[in-house]
Design a protein around this ligand. Sequence first.
Ligand code: GLU
Length: 275
Amino acid sequence: MITRFAPSPTGPLHLGHAYSAMLAYDMAMAAGGTFLLRIEDIDQSRARPEWEKQIHDDLSWLGLSWPTPVRRQSDHLPTYTAALDQLWNAGLLFPCYCSRRDIAAAASAPQEGAQMGPDGIIYPGTCKHLPRPSQRPTDCALRLDMAKVAQQISYIEQGQTYIIPARFFTEAIGDVVLARRDMGTSYHLSVVVDDAAQNISHVIRGADLEEATPIHIILQKILNLPTPAYHHHRLIRDQNGKRLAKRDDARAISKYRAEGATPNDIRRMVGLPAV
Ligand code: GLU
């Protein structure tokens, strides 16, 4: 079993991250497998070296260890470009020049009605019929033409097989962005390429990413990559039942540590057995 924790270095790790990382670590160790750390820093406008360093410190303090060198997404941009080229050459992507506002306006036209998918409003198709340039453009977003790739898929979530029909992809997901104009790739594309590059057998992550999982599986299919097993875990919430976010500095692992908590205290707080 190979599991991973894949944080973005855009803020402090909080109790929710600690739970995710320790669960992925514990599951790998229980199976005699390997736990990997991956730094998801394609959003260079938000990633900071000091947050990356803090991630290493916090996880080591929690008692986790992982093989080095750690994969950092910003070191692998050509790999994502190669995957994009593959999809572009297969005619599966189209350029999109819409702003968020354009999409909201087009989707809320009376005859359309805005429908929400995992990435927000389902794309209303505005740029889909523009003439296709011969070269892959880089001055715009690139969207996956979902109608061309929609197919029935199955995957394993916590040991159970789930089947998703082809029409779910066109009706509930739509033409997702695979390359953002400002970063030349996207979370969905990079995570799929990296999980395959690192031979991840089990993706263990928060339930907030469960609705993005069908996107990842369809990408694995069209890029000829293996589909790992998935385990989406419950989210750690504050006393008001609200999901923790990066800006909830009060729950930062480093704060608990500074206040004298031990790693086993953190384990108890998130409902994991002490070690
Ligand atoms: N980098 C993502 C995050 O910090 C997690 C990606 C994943 O686990 O698939 O939310």
